[in-house]
Design a protein around this ligand. Structure first.
Ligand SMILES: CC(C)(COP(=O)(O)OP(=O)(O)OC[C@H]1O[C@@H](n2cnc3c(N)ncnc32)[C@H](O)[C@@H]1OP(=O)(O)O)[C@@H](O)C(=O)NCCC(=O)NCCS
Length: 151
């Protein structure tokens, strides 16, 4: 149903702005990790239109012992295309790549209101809910991508 592929960082900015940070500036939608060597960005397209995005950067969460960790950032699907599997398709695509790269853990700072989405994708919560200003309550969620120590 969707075409899923790697996209340029700049292609994520408009959806990030409209969905994830509507009350912040466009500049706030450009992340420090966007152009790092090992960062990649994935998009799902429906009839040629970019409708779902996520970014993946090599970042260690010190709560986990693994040296092979990636962080999922800025996950969003356009409202009119939700619950059709686009978000899952984006994350699955990235996971296949991370599996081949021998990454052990994919983690994110998930908004608490979409915890169920991440759970459906196999993510597990870790630790307590925390505030992530100016957006609101978040919780760390993670998923084992390959065998390896987590804690
Ligand atoms: C969260 C979000 C990315 C999900 O995208 P999506 O393309 O609708 O997700 P999918 O259709 O692939 O959903 C995968 C599964 O999760 C479920 N799901 C999706 N959103 C859900 C939600 N808000 N609550 C509960 N379950 C949800 C789907 O029903 C589907 O379930 P299934 O396993 O039974 O098929 C999208 O709702 C969004 O952009 N929300 C606003 C931005 C946001 O909060 N991003 C996350 C920041 S941490």
């Amino acid at each position: 149903m969707f075409e899923v592929k790697n996209i340029e960082p700049e292609m994520t900015y408009s959806i990030r702005h409209s969905i994830l940070r509507p009350h912040q500036s466009f500049e706030d939608c450009k992340y420090d990790t966007d152009f790092e060597k090992n960062t990649f960005h994935v998009g799902a397209f429906y009839q040629g239109r970019l409708i779902s995005i996520a970014s993946f950067c090599e970042r260690k969460n010190i709560d986990f012992t693994s040296e092979k960790q990636y962080q999922l950032r800025a996950m969003a699907t356009l409202e009119e295309y939700r619950k059709l599997g686009a978000g899952r398709a984006v994350v699955n695509y990235a996971e296949s790549f991370l599996q081949r790269e021998k990454i052990e853990i994919l983690w994110c700072k998930g908004r608490t209101n979409v915890q169920k989405y991440y759970k459906r994708l196999g993510f597990i919560t870790h630790g307590e809910v925390f505030d992530y200003p100016p957006i609101g309550p978040h919780i760390i969620m993670y998923k084992k991508i390959n065998e390896g120590n987590i804690y």
